[in-house]
Design a protein around this ligand. Structure first.
Ligand SMILES: [Zn+2]
Length: 540
């Protein structure tokens, strides 16, 4: 069953959720958690050595995607993953694998008894979280490559997976759990599998049927990816040594919120994560995870999940999980609602802020995942706002023309930009100006910068790019300090450099002028795999 123990106060809502989440297959039962007491290497090769004093071989893999199944652009194929570069494996994965992997590897290598094996792992999807469903073949392709490497590396004593949690795959309802299941098939029942996740993951207890631990970021922006990797390394080592026997509790308070409302820099989510840290401080050996969920993946286990691990103390795991779940439920109304100005109104507010000396202003098109929507650009031109740094607009057709025509910096540009991916993207907007720069940036081969109007600059990218700090757009001679307005295609990550640093005194989250994917009006979306009427605040 999906929820191991139902807390009294939440019994009615969680009973509903059993239907919503559909976590456990009929007749499925979680593996007994005490099975993990280390019993020596699978091949008995270190005969005589105890679990605590031998070298532990740990396989490391990464497979991470936040999938927006409602986004346009069609299904994601293997080539979409390869377009960001060839997969990494071995030492390249271990040393250049990104935050979670890097935290895990750094910590593991501080111990002298951990040997790491990097399994072939894809980098990321072209267009990242603006991309839709992965095909089943794509998922199988990359997982098969990992498992091939794993089989070659056997025997191993542990598996570390750097995941996201919001991957969506056609015909695979819970991809991360399915991955853990396939790894389990290879390593057998006694080898611990531990993963790191993004707090935007949609998980239930299915992952933990096949794994032994999860470490989820507690901050959005995700400052703590590296730290969660480090914690995962300490944890898996203690499980391999037989010092830690995971007791796990999972709760699913039925709440569904758009990511723009999930900033952990403000209450009550700051309090939720603080409460999780407080439990961890008070109870040595307790680990408390809160997934906030990702609503733009049409998957059955959408929404909030609490995972708690303790060292062989099921009662304590249940107590903490109940407390967290009840607290999250109590404060739900304070983070499940939001209201934001539409583009014209937001631009008017920006003008007022500039006039009042409260610049620079951030206008965040939070809902525009493809990044080609022009509503805010149109409103800025109509209201004749100068000093705009628009970073960035997804505009591959314009980049094609700039490269095909061989335009060079200083050349005149007269282009219709944006509005490619559907009615939500608005009409293309005519931009006349000068090409300031073209070249490689943000991991893309082709990026262009156009100066237009009075002191305004437009950064064009071939696929969705989220600008999170002024520093990343200090290139091509651009000096962010010289602009009054930043238009960013981001929900919360921009707070890292523009808000939590005090850089931009005025911030306006801009809403979509329609009930399109990406907006906070989730009830307008056609979910096929989940009934959001069973979640707060969409409940009937
Ligand atoms: Zn995230």
């Amino acid at each position: 069953m999906c929820i191991r123990t139902i807390p009294s106060g939440l019994a009615p809502v969680l009973a509903i959720l059993l239907l919503v989440a559909g976590c456990g297959a009929a007749g499925s039962q979680a593996e007994p958690l005490a099975r993990r007491v280390a019993a020596g290497p699978p091949d008995g090769s270190a005969g005589g050595a105890t679990a605590a004093d031998r070298v532990h071989r740990v396989a490391v893999a990464r497979f991470s995607h936040e999938t927006c199944t409602f986004c346009p652009g069609g299904d994601v194929e293997v080539e979409d993953w390869l377009r960001t570069g060839q997969p990494q494996r071995g030492e390249e994965l271990l040393t250049r694998g990104g935050g979670y992997v890097s935290g895990f590897v750094t910590q593991a290598r501080e111990y002298l008894d951990m040997e790491l094996i990097g399994l072939e792992s894809p980098r990321g999807v072209w267009g990242g979280s603006s991309r839709s469903w992965n095909t089943e073949e794509t998922f199988d392709h990359f997982v098969d490559r990992m498992l091939d490497d794993l089989r070659e590396a056997m025997p191993v004593d542990g598996v570390f997976l750097a995941l996201h949690g919001a991957m969506a795959v056609r015909n695979v309802p819970r991809p991360e759990a399915e991955m853990a299941r396939r790894f389990r098939e290879v390593v057998g029942p006694d080898v611990p599998i531990v993963a790191t996740f993004d707090l935007h993951g949609n998980e239930c207890d299915e992952f933990m049927r096949w794994a032994d631990g999860a470490f989820v970021t507690k901050r959005f922006p995700h400052y703590d990816a590296y730290r969660q990797g480090q914690r995962a390394a300490r944890y898996i080592r203690s499980v391999m040594r037989g010092d830690y026997v995971p007791a796990i509790a999972t709760r699913r308070p039925p709440i569904l919120t758009p990511t723009v409302l999930q900033w952990t820099g403000a209450s009550p989510l700051m309090d939720v994560m603080e409460r999780a840290r407080r439990w961890e401080d008070r109870q040595p050996g307790a680990f408390v995870n809160v997934f906030l969920g990702f609503p733009w993946a049409d998957v059955p286990n959408l929404g909030v999940t609490v995972h708690v691990m303790t060292n062989d103390n099921q009662a304590l795991a249940d107590q903490i999980a109940d407390d967290m779940s009840e607290f999250i439920w109590r404060v739900r109304s304070d983070w499940a609602h939001g209201e934001f100005p539409l583009p014209r109104e937001a631009v008017t507010l920006a003008r007022q802020a500039i006039a009042a000396g409260e610049a620079p202003v951030v206008l965040a098109d939070y809902w525009d995942r493809p990044g080609d929507a022009t509503w805010t650009l149109r409103a800025l031109l109509d209201q004749e706002v100068d000093g705009v740094l628009y970073a960035s607009l997804t505009a591959e057709p314009t980049l094609d023309r700039i490269w095909e025509q061989g335009l060079e910096p200083g050349d005149a540009v007269d282009e219709l930009v944006g509005g490619y991916t559907g009615e939500q993207a608005g009409e293309p907007v005519r931009i006349t100006g000068t090409l300031r720069w073209k070249g490689q940036r943000f991991g893309y081969d082709r990026v262009a910068v156009i100066d237009y109007g009075r002191n305004s600059t437009l950064v064009l990218v071939p696929a969705y790019h989220q600008v999170t700090t002024p520093g990343t757009i200090r290139f091509a001679g651009i000096e962010p300090d010289d602009y009054d307005v930043f238009v960013l295609k981001t929900r919360v990550h921009f707070r890292r450099g523009f808000d939590e640093t005090g850089y931009a005194p005025s911030i306006f989250i801009v809403d979509a002028p329609g009930d399109w994917f990406g907006t906070i009006r989730l009830e307008a979306l056609e979910y096929e795999n989940v009934d959001i009427g069973n979640y707060y605040p969409f409940g009937r």
